[in-house]
Design a protein around this ligand. Structure first.
Ligand SMILES: NC(=O)c1ccc[n+]([C@@H]2O[C@H](COP(=O)([O-])OP(=O)(O)OC[C@H]3O[C@@H](n4cnc5c(N)ncnc54)[C@H](O)[C@@H]3O)[C@@H](O)[C@H]2O)c1
Length: 261
């Protein structure tokens, strides 16, 4: 019997990377899993593969920044499973810009996925959690919420906002037995990070900064090794709320060259 037997887990951005590892872990732990993603091909392949192994996993093609679509799809999940026990707000994107060149539209796109979507998904999942007097929300933030490099503007702002949202929401829903935690990974080698390393213009923008510490050797090479138990401790199994564990691959320990003012 797994740690999540009889639980219903909803994961956003579950088709690949960290989200995929969370979907696979939750299914292995016995949960019924629903996951949202834009990537229809990867989402369908993942749910099909897991269901062959008898896991109860459903993929929903949803843009988590679309309030109406989130509301309708959360309602679909509730119609099937009757409740949501765990929501993992994982969908996210990187951006490589600077404050002068960045357009307002680009800003909105980043903040919508990395911050607003967590609010939207929580807004529609919370009523079910509040009714049952129990629930857990896990927001996947980032080490960049506290420590960042030049050239990744405004990812750090969005992730710091997500940590603030976690704190605020944890206080508001604790009275209903709902816990809200954030997890702040360091670099984990997923497609998101690989895309950064093939984007030479992004690399050149970050080269003079703290990113000197972000060499490939400091990546966690395995998503699996750094998801299952830590996320479980943070949000699934325990009684904690408003925690924000992070792990960094040693990045913060590296010496960052300082310039004279
Ligand atoms: N990889 C890292 O080093 C790292 C470090 C710290 C935090 N994070 C965070 O972890 C989360 C997952 O990162 P990852 O590396 O697995 O990224 P990834 O790009 O591999 O996966 C992100 C998933 O989110 C989905 N997605 C993006 N926008 C969406 C939208 N609007 N609606 C629905 N789905 C959407 C993508 O299709 C993709 O499947 C992100 O929030 C990221 O910021 C990643």
């Amino acid at each position: 019997m797994g740690r999540l037997t009889d639980r219903v887990v909803l994961v956003t951005g579950g088709a690949r990377g960290i989200g995929r590892a969370i979907v696979e872990t939750a299914a292995r732990e016995g949960a019924a899993v629903a996951f949202f993603d834009l990537d229809e091909c990867a989402g369908t392949a993942l749910s099909g593969g897991l269901e062959e192994g008898t896991a109860r996993v459903t993929f929903h093609r949803v843009d988590v920044t679309d309030s109406g679509a989130v509301e309708a799809t959360v309602a679909d999940v509730l119609a099937v499973h009757r409740r949501i026990d765990v929501l993992v707000n994982n969908a996210g994107r990187n951006v490589y810009a600077d404050p002068v060149a960045m357009t307002e539209e680009e800003w909105d796109k980043v903040l919508d996925v990395d911050l607003k979507a967590a609010f939207l998904c929580a807004k529609h999942a919370l009523p079910s959690m509040i009714t049952q007097g129990r629930g857990s929300i896990v927001n996947i933030a980032s080490l960049h919420a506290k420590l960042t490099c030049a050239g990744m503007y405004p990812y750090a702002a969005a992730k710091a906002g997500l940590v603030g949202l976690t704190r605020s929401m944890a206080l508001d829903v604790a009275q209903h037995g709902v816990r809200v935690n954030a997890v702040s990974p360091g670099y984990i080698r997923t497609a998101l990070v690989d895309e950064y390393y093939v984007d030479s213009s992004a690399r050149s923008r970050t080269r003079t900064s703290a990113s000197r510490g972000c060499e490939v050797k400091s990546y966690h090479s395995s998503v699996q090794a750094h998801s299952a138990d830590r996320w479980a401790v943070a949000g699934w199994a325990g009684s904690s709320t408003w925690t924000r564990p992070g792990w960094s691959g040693g990045w913060p320990a590296k010496r960052v060259p300082r310039r004279s003012p």
